[in-house]
Design a protein around this ligand. Structure first.
Ligand code: ATP
Ligand code: MG
Length: 576
């Protein structure tokens, strides 16, 4: 492809609303163009990287024994009613009506359609397992679409679904898919870690997220530098427990006057005690009413863990502002905001983090304004709470497996694999007959990989001040041939070099524009071609042309035929 015939426009200015590097660079390099919030056109250059990644994904999926199909983007509402997600999915689900006033959705994911397809096609254990995938456009009406392709509303996903007659069979496919995911990210030269992820209210089964480590990541990942334990912070457990061993409380519970201390820090300062010695009270509104969660004063409650423990759909921090809220809060919990505690509470359930288990001296809210309680004892002054892991692990907590202090990184979730179990096959009656003719629900797995997000993650991980540095396998073009000046011999040699590369099956781009060399080199750096060949009059007079890697820019000179040979070799080695 010649630049002079290509649809491409690089920008010197940084687009005003571009928040992260990948978005800025991909917009400046003329790879994507924003059409509306979270909705983009993939321009020719951007589409090339997308298509190259899709090819890698296809190869690895096919190798893993998954068969490609393509399901519709628009799905009938009836299927979503059957699975129960028509009610549950919330505002991310784009609901639309056709001319007959029938309800449809623009698919944010395809469990319903695939389950419907498989239940109508397969009914015997003999035909299982089955593994299917597609690469397709999804729509999710995200609250905050941002970061370009990383969190769009319309985006391309590879989604796969597997169906099994036994848990063991699911385990086997899950492992194969996990390996396939690692292979995809490895082939894109992405520094990634698979981490244990939250399985939500479905519970029990396994789930892994593939995280690309990058500052701009929206997720926090806990990682053990010693044993490689890795988990999303939503789910990560640590061996953290209360190290304060104290004599058993013999003192009776005592009221402590703590005027004007609304926050845990206020209370700590007032009593002259570290917040770790205090108990922090959180109140959430759950399906069953207000629920109290007690955590160590210096720790944060983890809503995902609490939600899973309760098995509730709804969990909102009970909070608000103004007099109405203050009255409402006290009516529901039995204590004023800032002074709420477990003794005599009206909350339906009281949960406590396991770090508090065995603690003898509990300093808690007294359910009266300006009042805390010291030496409150569970089982004596208030019912034993439900203990569990309800806090978020932090840097330095001991690893749950080996005790090494944990590290916390930012990560971009590029893939998510999940043992679904029978969630959809139960509600949608996707059954099979086993060896003894008994009807059973199929056991399912699902496997998602964000195509656009992965390409963006590659840019986040590989760039410098001048632009993108594409990993060879997903670079829009592998080599750019740049002609310097209008000299006839320069153009002739550059054209020859370019054509020789094409003939050798190299994805070459020819910058044949009549532009100053500075402009051409700047553009080449911005777009991030892994290799560049420059043909200029001065060195050509000595029978030489120049080539360099985008990564380190070290310039090498040689006769055209040698340079072409070296570049071909470099590209082939970089393709993985
Ligand atoms: P997130 O927590 O980031 O919203 P998710 O858990 O909703 O992700 P899945 O439903 O597991 O994501 O989707 C599978 C994959 O699709 C994700 O791992 C991610 O790579 C990609 N993906 C999800 N939402 C988006 C989006 N809004 N824009 C781009 N890619 C997305
Ligand atoms: Mg999401």
């Amino acid at each position: 492809m010649r630049w002079s015939r290509y649809f491409i426009n690089t920008l010197r200015e940084v687009p005003a609303d571009a928040e992260v590097i990948s978005q800025r660079l991909m917009m400046r390099a003329g790879m994507i163009r924003k059409v509306a919030a979270g909705i983009y056109t993939y321009l020719p250059l951007g589409l090339r990287s997308i298509k190259k990644l899709e090819l890698i994904v296809r190869e690895e999926m096919n190798r893993a024994g998954s068969a490609e199909l393509l399901m519709p983007a628009i799905q009938p509402a009836e299927l979503w009613m059957e699975s129960g997600r028509w009610q549950k999915y919330g505002k991310e689900l784009l609901r639309i009506k056709d001319r007959h006033d029938r309800d449809f959705v623009f698919g944010p994911t395809h469990e319903e359609v695939i389950t419907d397809t498989v239940r109508d096609t397969i009914n015997s254990y003999r035909r299982l397992p089955i593994n299917l995938y597609q690469i397709q456009t999804k729509f999710r009406d995200e609250v905050r679409p941002r970061f370009g392709l990383m969190r769009g509303r319309e985006f391309i996903m590879k989604d796969a679904y597997s169906f099994h007659s036994s848990r063991e069979s699911l385990d086997e496919t899950y492992e194969t898919m996990r390996a396939a995911y690692s292979a995809v990210f490895h082939r894109c030269s992405l520094d990634h870690v698979p981490v244990e992820a939250d399985t939500g209210a479905i519970g029990g089964s396994a789930s892994h997220e593939f995280m690309v480590l990058a500052q701009s990541g929206e997720d926090a990942v806990v990682s053990c530098p010693n044993c490689r334990y890795g988990a999303n912070v939503e789910k990560a457990t640590s061996k953290f427990f209360d190290d304060e061993v104290e004599p058993p409380a013999s003192q009776a519970v005592a009221e402590v006057h703590t005027p004007g201390t609304q926050t845990i820090d206020d209370v700590g300062r007032f009593l002259g005690m570290p917040t770790s010695k205090l108990v922090k009270t959180l109140v959430f509104q759950a399906d069953e009413g207000p629920v109290m969660v007690l955590v160590r004063g210096d720790r944060e409650g983890n809503e995902v863990k609490i939600k899973n423990h309760l098995g509730t759909n709804r969990l909102d921090l009970l909070a608000g502002e103004g007099l109405f809220w203050a009255t409402e809060f006290e009516r529901q919990t039995g204590g004023p905001i800032g002074y709420c505690g477990p003794v005599g509470t009206k909350c339906a359930r009281v949960l406590a983090d396991h770090s508090l288990q065995g603690r003898s001296r509990w300093i808690v809210g007294g359910n009266k304004k300006d009042m805390h309680l010291d030496y409150a004892a569970p089982g004596r002054d208030f019912p034993e709470p439900e203990y569990g892991d309800f806090t978020t692990a932090i840097k330095g907590d001991p690893c749950v497996r080996c005790g090494t202090p944990l590290e916390i990184y930012r990560g971009i979730e590029v893939g998510h694999i999940f043992k679904l179990g029978t969630k959809y096959s139960d509600s949608m009656h996707c059954d099979f007959l086993d060896e003894s003719g008994e009807r059973k629900p199929m056991i399912m797995g699902c496997y998602g990989l964000g195509i656009g997000r992965t390409v963006a993650a590659a840019v986040e991980q590989s760039h410098d001040d001048d632009g993108i540095i594409w990993p060879m396998p997903i670079a829009p073009f592998e080599v750019v041939v740049t002609s310097i000046g209008k000299d006839e011999s320069v153009l002739r040699t550059a054209t020859e070099v370019y054509e020789n590369l094409l003939a050798a099956g190299i994805d070459a781009f020819f910058d044949d524009r009549d532009e100053r060399p500075g402009v051409k080199f700047k553009d080449a750096d911005l777009i991030g071609f892994p290799l560049r060949i420059a043909v200029g009059a001065k060195s050509l007079a000595q029978g030489q042309i120049e080539w360099s890697w985008r990564k380190d820019r070290a310039k090498l000179l040689g006769p055209p035929a040698d340079v072409v040979a070296s570049v071909i070799e470099g590209v082939r080695a970089g393709r993985l």
